[in-house]
Design a protein around this ligand. Sequence first.
Ligand code: ACO
Length: 320
Amino acid sequence: MNSVVTGLGAALPKKIILNNDLPDSLNTSDEWITQRTGIKQRYVAGDGETTASLSVEASRKALAMAGVSPNDVDLIIVATVSGDYTFPATATIVQRELNAKNAVAFDVSAACSGFIYALDIADARLKLAKNKCALVIGAETFSRLLDWTDRSTCVLFGDGAGALLLQSENSSRGIQSCILHSDGTGIEYLKTNGGVSSTKNVGFVQMNGQEVFRAAIEKFNDALQELLLYHNMTINDVDLIVPHQANSRIIEKLITLSGIKREKVLITVDKHANTSAASIPLAMSELGCEIFKKNNVVLLSMGAGFTWGAALIKFNTNLE
Ligand code: ACO
């Protein structure tokens, strides 16, 4: 049995903030942000828009694409670090809103790597026949974790959600493997300065940008090489890489180090900024049904912790 992607969907808040729309008090510029990050704009959640509401909208689109009823979904995982509540899990809100009453629902917290972590858990449960039909969602309202007076962090992030529907299928296509890694010695480089148990508030994002930049390049490439070795593949066998969308300069380094052709790398950071756990499924959704015309699709992530990982998904084995 394999876990096959049969639907995908995305949701973005209504409000777009262009680099030029950022307040003068930040003392930043479109030129600085574009040169250092590739970001041109970000979507920011407004009243009534939450991690759960964006997750629900993305999930409905994924279900509609696959022609699957919420009744048939038996697993919902939301990867997020910006859930609606400290508890319960945002996934249970999604379950209620979709009326997916046959699902088990929980959240996964692994920052920007959360989506690949969630995908791995869902894939394992489908392969063990514990579930048959899973919604795997990456969703964030990161804007609510930002100090909007700190130009070194607030310009980098955005809000959004992406969802994949996975179904068990006796087929060679689907998720081939997920590789996950963590290194807690990287905690201080990227974290919030608060938390329920430490300060009784959620805190704001704090980052040592240069250390994170170095680590992201190293971990992206390590995960890619490990995945290729495991599958006895070369970079030429890869049809598409969907990297976590943090910064176009990190992605450019990945292109140089790995030797992948630029046209095989999906870049959406200009439109969405860094949406943390949502960035990979949001980027995949930009391609819509086109993604089903690719075969070997590699997902790559790196995030706070540090956490990092990779996944190989075969969408169209007819091309082999
Ligand atoms: N606008 C204008 N100037 C700024 C801004 C801004 N938004 N932010 C920082 N600066 C200034 C700094 O104050 C500093 O000024 P100074 O020299 O007078 O002190 C100068 O720019 C250089 O600051 P650095 O932090 O050294 O800038 P750097 O070239 O490292 O770029 C950046 C910062 C873009 C954050 C970079 O380190 C980076 O890309 N890091 C990767 C981190 C990342 O993408 N994180 C996302 C989350 S992690 C993840 O998802 C994997």
